[in-house]
Design a protein around this ligand. Sequence first.
Ligand code: ATP
Ligand code: MG
Length: 409
Amino acid sequence: MKTVRKKKFYHGIILLVILMNKFFSLGKIIIKKLHEFGYEAYFVGGFVRDYLLGVEPKDVDITTNALPEEVEEIFDNTRATGKKYGTITVFIEDFSFEVTTYRIDQLYLNHRKPQSVVFSQKLKEDLSRRDFTINALAMNDKAEVIDLFNGQDDLKNGIIRAIGNADERFKEDALRILRALRFVSRLNFAVEENTLHSMKNNLGLLNKLANERICSELEEIFANPYNKSAVNYMDIIGFKDVFSEFASGIEVYLESEYNLDFRQFFALNLYLSKKEIPEVWKLSNKDKLLIYKYVHILNTIKNTHFNPLILYKCGLNVPLQANEILKVLKKDNNQEELIVQIFQELPIKKREELAINGHDILGLQDINNEEIIGKVIDEIESQVVLGHLKNETTILKEYAKQLLERLDG
Ligand code: ATP
Ligand code: MG
């Protein structure tokens, strides 16, 4: 490992240990306080999983038999972030902890959320309602683990396994299918066979979920380092039969050695299928615009190379990101160096740098049709960007005159 990378690596590890210790020691304060008031309390879920794996946790969940109102009474700084479902967020220093009452989830609605929850006094009941064995570990304030579903074995062996009857669990909440893929892409785990089979059987239920939820899960899946493994599972469970918009891209992506994020992956599919983003996809306007920019760039340079006009119009980053898609499409089609070089050598980077403006053009001759000014500027801008005209006022004025004669005729 190079020295700089080594340093960064150790720096990352140290930060992780500090963060983990901080979460653990502050979480312990919460757990001990709940004990003082006579309640049970444990770290639970993703935090325990990540603690045991030694990876950075996203958030900290604590499970307790204290009721939400009791949690609110015990701690000074709280917010009722999900009181109906038993969750009170407790703040200590700059950290937040989700403290949730043991609960049993009942009557799932629309294959997503429990219609009602019943608070419980039994840790076992709370752990049973969770999705996967690796997410159903509890840990006390002495870092002793309570493991009712062999989650530690699955953690060691890198396995994602649904708790209880997998088929029922995915029927209750179909989003769990995408959660499973999210853990694959984050941890490079394998999905246990029976769990995988049920994911396949229930995949169609994803259509019943709010598209925003699907978008945010897919974004996370693709943002993780092992997204190829997750896409491989998508292929196995027949993702493209349910989401035909991804029918063209999955195989191409799997054959390549490069990684894309979700927007790039979407653009790859649109480019290959020559289709537009289907209405059902509730992507933000910003994301849609970006995806269409990628597709536009891919179409523009289909059989050729990046040119100054693309770099001038799109800046440096978007073409570099489009180039990643290009590499997926054709391994030896890496134009990164060319893109950077063209960008650095652009004669101008924005219109304000043009050595002529609308006023200058108005002063050249009487113009009856003012729309023409815009056209003249557009044309001059392109010529300057392409290097066909020097960006000097006298040269541009001369060229503008010729253009005006032609256009205003
Ligand atoms: P992340 O690291 O992304 O936060 P996580 O597993 O911690 O992953 P959270 O959304 O923080 O996910 O949820 C915390 C815990 O709550 C999970 O570990 C799991 O035990 C439980 N949980 C979350 N979502 C579901 C679900 N849809 N079905 C069943 N249990 C769930
Ligand atoms: Mg979490």
